[in-house]
Design a protein around this ligand. Structure first.
Ligand code: NAD
Length: 252
């Protein structure tokens, strides 16, 4: 697969899907801004990239804070060059049934996923439109179609699908594509926390979930990173406004 070396930003890249994506984009030849809440927590991801001969910097940012987002994007532009690849991956869960869900749980999830993706994209698209090239990938979820205990998260992940389609319409004329990846079960700290909430061991949770998935396994962060790699490549320029389910089977 051919791609031109560029500057990429991956949010929530200290661990999990974001870390795997940052490593993959670096392996594809891109310089990577590794963004997460705590700059020090990004050290392992940056070390893995630089250890393999790539370029990366760690940047601490809360994606839901406009001033921090502006400063983080400026730092990446100054140190690595104008960012033209953006992966909005940072995310949290605050699961509860609706009758127990607090306003804080609702706001926290909506703010990180939706407001965070909006602020990051607004800041980065300036560079993309100037360069007449851009690749935006937003992390949605199969939960967008509804998932017990996740009214906040499923609303945010469904919202990201509409956000993605509108970005594709508005920014296409500038050489910018926008797509969403909707993963199913991916083995990460997020799904480990879900197992804890449900009171089952992570191993049992994985084994049980794998039986329900057509390919008979749960996903790994690298499964998502591989799709990000394709969607951010030069040759994916005619794929835009899509929601791609990466879930080991079809979605309804
Ligand atoms: P994870 O919890 O392992 O990693 C999420 C990262 O985001 C963490 O490093 C965290 O510090 C960071 N983060 C949280 N809030 C932030 C903020 N305000 N600003 C900056 N960084 C912040 O989760 P993961 O499983 O790797 O999930 C990554 C993305 O994929 C999320 O958007 C998640 O909703 C989505 N997703 C995950 C799964 C799954 O099964 N794991 C399925 C579908 C979608």
């Amino acid at each position: 697969m051919s791609t031109t070396p560029r500057t990429a930003i991956v949010t929530g890249a200290a661990r999990g899907i974001g870390a795997a994506t940052a490593r993959r984009l670096a392996a594809d030849g891109h310089a990577v801004g590794v963004l997460d809440l705590d700059e020090a927590a990004c050290a392992d991801t940056v070390a893995a990239i630089t250890g393999a001969g790539g370029r990366a910097i760690a940047v601490g940012v809360d994606v839901s804070k406009a001033d921090q987002v502006a400063a983080a994007v400026q730092r990446v532009a100054d140190e690595l060059g104008a960012p033209t690849i953006l992966v909005n991956n940072a995310g949290i869960t605050r699961d509860n049934l609706i009758f127990r869900m607090t306003e804080e749980d609702w706001d926290a999830v909506i703010n990180v996923h939706l407001r965070g993706s909006f602020l990051m994209t607004r800041a980065v698209q300036t560079h993309m439109t100037a360069e007449k090239f851009g690749r935006i990938v937003n992390l949605s979820s199969t939960s967008a179609q509804g998932n017990r205990g996740q009214v906040n998260y499923s609303a945010a992940k469904a919202g990201l699908q509409g956000f993605t389609k509108t970005l594709a319409i508005e920014l296409g004329q500038f050489g910018v594509t926008a797509n969403a990846i909707a993963p199913g079960f991916i083995q990460s700290e997020m799904t480990r926390a879900t197992a804890e909430r449900l009171g089952v061991s992570f191993d049992d949770f994985i084994a049980h979930s794998a039986k329900e998935i057509p390919v008979q396994r749960v996903g790994q962060p690298d499964d998502i990173a591989a799709m990000v790699s394709f969607l951010t490549s030069d040759e994916a320029g005619f794929v835009s406004g899509q929601v791609i389910y990466v879930a080991g089977g079809p979605q309804d």
